[in-house]
Design a protein around this ligand. Structure first.
Ligand code: PTJ
Length: 258
C-alpha cells in the first residue's frame, strides 16, 4: 500500500503493513492482527515513545541475557514479522538461541517463520516440527511444545508479546522471564521478571544496542544492575505515566482545527 510521506500516522501505518504482509505470507496469525491493535492502543496512550521506565527495564534485560548460561529468544508470528533483523542481531551478540513458539501453532506457520528468520541471517531456528518434542508441564495451549535444546533447558527466556499462561508456566519452571509488552496490566507484564513496556519495534533495537554497550562489563556489575532493578516499580511507573499523561491531555484544547 502507498502511504503518503506526509501522513501524520505514517510510522504506525507502516508497522501495520508489515504485519499485514506477514499475515499474507503465512507468518502472522489472524489473531495476531487483533493483538497488534490492542498494543497500538496502549502505544498511543504512551505517546509512541520509549519512556524512562522502559529504558531501565532494557538495561536489566540486557544484563540478564548477558549473564545467562543458556538464553533463548522465543519468537511468535508478530515478532517475526516486525523485528526479524533484531532477533538475529540479539542472538548473534549474546549467543542466545532462537526458538519458534506459537500460540496458534501450525506446521506451515512454524516453517514460514523459520524460513523468514533464516533469510534474515539466523544460523539456526529451534522449535519447528519434530524439534519441539518436549512439553512444558501444566500448559494446555500449543505453546506447551518446546525444543529440548532451547526453552526446556533455558535459564533466561525473552518472550515478547507473550500469553499469560505460558509466562506463568515458564516462571513455575524456574526460568528468568523477560518480556516486551505495551500493556502494563497484562498477565505476562505482571508475571515476568523484567517487563519492557514499549513497542517491540522500538525496544528490540535498543536492547541490541544496550547488549553491545554492556558486553565487556564485569559480571559483578551486571549482577548489581539486576539486583537494583524492581519490576513492580516499572509497572507502577508505567501506570502513573499513563494516568498523568491522560490528565495533562484532558486539560488541553483537544479539538483539531483545520
Ligand atoms: O504467532 P502466535 O500464534 O504465537 O500468536 C501471537 C499472538 C500475539 C496473537 C498471541 O501471543 C496472543 O494472542 O497474544 P496476546 O495474549 O494478545 O498478547 C499480546 C500482548 O502483546 C498484548 O498485551 C498486547 O498489548 C501486546 N502487544 C501487541 N503488539 C505489540 C505489543 N507489545 C509490544 N509491541 C507490540 N508491537
Amino acid at each position: 500500500m502507498n502511504i503518503p510521506f506526509n501522513h501524520p500516522r505514517r510510522e504506525s501505518l507502516l508497522i501495520r503493513e508489515r504485519l499485514v504482509d506477514g499475515f499474507r505470507n503465512g507468518i502472522v496469525a489472524p489473531e495476531g492482527l487483533i493483538a497488534h491493535g490492542r498494543g497500538e492502543c496502549f502505544d498511543y496512550i504512551l505517546g509512541e515513545k520509549t519512556q524512562e521506565f522502559a529504558l531501565r527495564a532494557i538495561e536489566a534485560a540486557a544484563a540478564a541475557i548477558l549473564l545467562a548460561n543458556h538464553p533463548v529468544i522465543s519468537v511468535n508470528g508478530n515478532v517475526a514479522a516486525l523485528v526479524p533483523e533484531y532477533i538475529v542481531k540479539l542472538a548473534e551478540e549474546t549467543g542466545a538461541l532462537i526458538e519458534v513458539n506459537l500460540f496458534y501453532r501450525t506446521r506451515e506457520r512454524e516453517e514460514a517463520i523459520k524460513q523468514h528468520l533464516l533469510s534474515h541471517g539466523a544460523r539456526e531456528v529451534l522449535g519447528v516440527g519434530e524439534d519441539a518434542s518436549a512439553t512444558i508441564p501444566e500448559l494446555f495451549s500449543e505453546r506447551r511444545r518446546v525444543s529440548p535444546r532451547g526453552i526446556l533447558i533455558a535459564d533466561v527466556v525473552l518472550v515478547p508479546l507473550e500469553d499469560g499462561d505460558r509466562t506463568e508456566a515458564l516462571k513455575r519452571l524456574g526460568k528468568f522471564v523477560v518480556t516486551i509488552d505495551l500493556n502494563p496490566l497484562s498477565r505476562t507484564a505482571r508475571t515476568a521478571d523484567v517487563t519492557i513496556i514499549d513497542n517491540v519495534v522500538r525496544a528490540m533495537p535498543l536492547l541490541v544496542e544496550k547488549v553491545r554497550e554492556l558486553k565487556g562489563r564485569d559480571r559483578g556489575v551486571l549482577k548489581e544492575t539486576i539486583s537494583r532493578y524492581n519490576n513492580n516499580e516499572t509497572l507502577q511507573e508505567a501506570l502513573r505515566f499513563i494516568s498523568h499523561r491522560l490528565v495533562e491531555l484532558a486539560s488541553r484544547e483537544l479539538r483539531i482545527r483545520v
